[in-house]
Design a protein around this ligand. Structure first.
Ligand SMILES: Nc1ncnc2c1ncn2[C@@H]1O[C@H](COP(=O)(O)OP(=O)(O)OP(=O)(O)O)[C@@H](O)[C@H]1O
Length: 755
């Protein structure tokens, strides 16, 4: 029996819950009215009861009551916690203390206003780690670099629904966690939720891993990567609340659709103020310009195009532009640009040499190395301006002295007076002219000198990079043959003519932008989470790291789902070796989303991929085996799918998706639904938000990261071929979306590779 109403402590726990709820109410009420009201509110709330232990009795609550200011966020969190203030309790006797601590763990912390005792302990606090890691018995936890040893005598889970205690259960980590089973067997809401009460040990390790180091997680489909990444941000914010505002953190998601999907979990974890954006949006913000992106989706082109040569060229161009070859190219290109800024002439005013070009170069090259190119120029401009301001009096004095001396000499010379007068008058005029001239030179010297450094826009620089094949090949240090460089130049020039950019161009432009102009400070997040990181190229990750000037990244991804591998990663090694050498690398092999039956089928696909992925282990939860159903045509197909959904609804499933290989089949089905459909449905596009209570029609590549109770993989005109690595990955993505049921609708089983 998993949970017991007859648990000997059940009544006592009800009272504790009641106390906590009322206490929360008082704190909320008081902080919304006035602090002086605290005592009054307390009295009102607890007047009718006399059951509390003495330490919590209402008379003791009244004495010494102090009210603490709460921030808006804390108040918000407390309000949210009202329905379920905590989910677990641990009893811990610390070695160096005599008294056993009884700690209730919840989403947010709550201190007693009277004696600072913790009424609720935040799940992210150091001691709460005992709930996630500790077995009953001797344990230890670390807090602020100190270790505390002691005895853990109880771990208790609570099921609280709408403020009412339903069940309690005492557990040890060694027993199978039925709370986890229960939470996994629920139906999905189309949105990601928090999992704080059932975080597993291996997940907890990642959430709490050293916050001062980057981390890379290779995790199987459904292993909780997205969820864990969000919990890690939450943990980070809690640990560094004094040092960082949530706005300084950033989540990079694959699409707006995905941001919508995770949006529900964000406020629950207190991370809704974290910047959430897509890679493309972020880079464009850094460039300070909205670019016209090539509309064409290369992935789709790879799947649909008959024009194989052109498509292959496009894929090849992407892979090269994303590869380390371009790190070499850009670094040589920048060297070249920098060199072109070394002046050959000294800075002079009139005949006076004020600043040698050598000194200028030394400052430019070495002293101001930490600045982007144009910021160095600004700085140097200020330096020579200052220098001139200091020296200008001296220059004028020298000129005056020169003429004064001549005039003086003429005045005392033996020339006849008329000639002397004439000479002096001419000399005075000359002096005035010279002074006028020199003052003008002083005024214009700096701008004139700076004129030699012509300013070009980022886009000019970028275009010039692809202007000359021979030069490009040289800049690659021979890594790009002249022929390949030629193809690449031609390819990009075509894009420039159309005035469009591809996603792959963004990384290179970001790299140049950072080195030439710099990135605005407010865009430099301090800690970055990248989901679906396998779809990023080497250059994308490298230029992000450089632009943000930090290596504090959390990268989560799954190479088996690397459907953009024409540009993305095929191994984590390169990233670890060259971009994030300080990173810890972890693998997650357990899947929490799908049933054993579905996962076993999906695992068969993994074997067809040319990588050695270990099999994904599903958490033991059984369901029906995936089923192939011969599809009908037209109206009958719509009926067939609708009947399926209706019968699944009867089993209490709530979210359904029909997944096609690409948009092509999805659009076909969508038009059939428009003509004949009776149930509500929606075709998902990239910018869309996921509807509730509608049958979702979505292409496999957009379904990545999402989940549904039941999935119907559909093949109308498109088939999944076992010859194509991309098809295998897309089918794998589609098959790992359902929590409970998976169907294949097609003409033949073979359309889905596994026939
Ligand atoms: N410890 C856990 N307790 C309860 N549910 C969990 C746990 N870990 C993961 N889940 C659930 O498993 C599902 C998959 O999680 P998530 O989407 O984070 O996985 P993922 O690794 O990002 O998957 P994908 O690679 O398919 O994008 C979610 O429904 C999540 O709530």
């Amino acid at each position: 029996m998993p949970f017991e109403h007859e648990h000997p402590d059940f009544q006592q726990e009800i009272q504790r819950l009641e106390f906590t709820k009322r206490y929360i109410d008082v704190v909320i009420k008081t902080s919304e009215s006035s602090k002086d009201k605290f005592q009054e509110n307390m009295k009102e709330a607890f007047e009718d009861i006399d059951w509390l232990e003495s330490s919590l009795s209402y008379s003791s609550l009244l004495t010494n009551a102090r009210f603490f200011e709460m921030s808006r966020d804390e108040l918000m969190q407390l309000k949210n916690a009202r329905k379920k203030p905590y989910f677990a309790r641990i009893d811990f006797l610390r070695e160096d203390l005599n008294e056993k601590e009884i700690l209730y763990i919840g989403k947010t912390s709550l201190y007693s206003r009277e004696n600072q005792e913790q009424i609720i302990v935040d799940w992210r606090s150091p001691i709460a780690n005992l709930y996630y890691e500790g077995r009953l018995g001797e344990v230890q936890y670390d807090s602020y670099e100190e270790s505390f040893h002691g005895h853990l005598s109880l771990k208790r889970q609570f099921m609280i629904e709408d403020g009412v205690l339903d069940e309690i259960r005492d557990i040890d980590l060694t027993t199978t966690d039925e709370l986890l089973q229960e939470s996994l067997s629920k139906s999905s809401s189309n949105r990601l939720t928090e999992i704080i009460s059932t975080i597993q040990e291996e997940q907890n390790k990642i959430i709490r891993a050293d916050l001062n180091k980057p981390i890379i997680v290779q995790g199987a489909a459904g292993s909780g990567k997205t969820t864990i990444a969000l919990h890690r941000i939450s943990y980070f914010i809690y640990q560094y609340k004094e040092n960082f505002a949530p706005e300084q953190l950033m989540i990079l998601a694959p699409s707006r659709l995905f941001i919508d999907y995770i949006s529900e979990a964000l406020p629950e974890l207190g991370v809704e103020r974290v910047r959430q954006t897509t890679y493309q949006e972020y880079v464009q913000a850094c460039l300070g310009e909205k670019l016209t992106m090539a509309e064409d989706n290369k992935l789709v082109r790879l799947l649909e195009s008959n024009d194989t040569q052109e498509t292959q060229l496009a894929a090849w161009a992407s892979s090269i532009k994303g590869s380390p070859v371009f790190q070499v190219v850009l670094s040589n290109y920048l060297k070249e640009i920098y060199k072109s800024f070394y002046p050959k002439e000294d800075f002079t005013v009139d005949k006076f040499r004020l600043f040698s070009h050598k000194k200028f170069i030394q400052l430019f090259k070495d002293d101001y190395q930490y600045l982007p190119l144009y910021r160095r120029l600004d700085k140097l401009k200020a330096v020579i301006q200052n220098d001139l301001a200091k020296k200008k009096k001296n220059i004028i004095k020298k000129i005056e002295a020169y003429y004064d001396e001549r005039i003086e000499r003429a005045l005392y010379s033996g020339k006849d007076p008329e000639k002397r007068r004439q000479y002096v008058s001419v000399a005075l005029d000359k002096k005035a002219d010279r002074l006028e001239e020199i003052k003008k030179s002083i005024r214009t010297a700096v701008p004139t000198y700076m004129k030699q450094f012509t300013k070009k826009s980022l886009f000019r620089y970028y275009k010039e990079l692809f202007a000359d094949a021979d030069r490009l090949s040289k800049m690659s240090g021979g890594k790009l043959s002249e022929e390949d460089a030629g193809l690449l130049c031609e390819y990009n020039q075509k894009l420039f003519k159309k005035k469009v950019y591809e996603r792959e161009d963004l990384a290179l432009m970001l790299y140049l932008q950072e080195n030439l102009f710099g990135i605005p400070k407010d865009l430099r997040a301090k800690n970055i989470v990248i989901d679906e990181a396998q779809d990023y190229s080497f250059m994308e990750l490298l230029s992000l790291k450089k632009a943000l000037d930090t290596d504090m990244f959390t990268l989560v991804g799954d190479l088996a789902q690397g459907i953009h591998s024409y540009r993305g990663l095929t191994s984590w090694e390169q990233v670890l070796d060259y971009i994030f050498p300080r990173a810890t690398y972890t693998e997650l092999q357990k899947s929490y989303r799908t049933t054993v039956e579905i996962m076993e089928k999906a695992n068969e696909l993994l074997k067809l991929l040319p990588y050695s992925f270990p099999e994904v282990e599903p958490v033991v939860r059984h369901g029906k085996s995936p089923e192939f159903i011969k599809r009908k045509d037209g109206q009958d197909l719509v009926k067939q799918l609708e009947n399926q959904v209706t019968s699944l609804k009867e089993e209490d499933y709530k979210t359904f998706a029909v997944i096609g290989k690409t948009m092509k089949d999805c659009k076909l089905l969508h038009s059939l639904f428009e003509k004949h459909g009776e149930l509500p449905f929606k075709l998902l596009q990239e910018q869309e938000s996921i509807p509730k209570d509608e049958i979702v029609i979505v292409p496999s590549y957009l379904a990545k990261g999402l989940e549904f109770d039941a999935v119907m993989v559909l093949s109308i005109e498109e088939k999944f071929s076992r010859e194509s690595e991309l098809d295998i990955k897309l089918l794998y993505v589609a098959m790992t979306r359902p929590l409970h049921r998976l169907y294949f609708y097609g003409m033949e089983e073979d359309n889905f590779i596994l026939g």
